[in-house]
Write a new protein. Sequence first.
Length: 115
Amino acid sequence: MPLEIQCSFKDKDNKKIIWFKKGYEEVIIDHQEVVDDFQNVKMAIENPHTITKDVDYKNRRCHYLFFCRKGSNTDRTMKVVIRKKLHFFRDVVTAYYTNNIKQGEQTIWTRLANN
């Protein structure tokens, strides 16, 4: 049975990123706050501030979007983990808010401050 696609995006390099329905539903269960801020997931994929190599999986990249949430004095970061499956496609593994970049992740790309 083929996997159902929930939605798809284009990353900063115009590569197609797929979010399969099963993975989307898992994120909804584990990270309910992401559902309300879906636009931030999209922005983290399409126009991230920083991309890092995942510290645990060599075929994964972490897209980070930094911002200050409305009504809050604390900075938050949207993290979207994207997996590259051979040369066929890339898909969203998970998405959630965090307060920092995971220790050990290596930065592979950063958006210039004026972009």
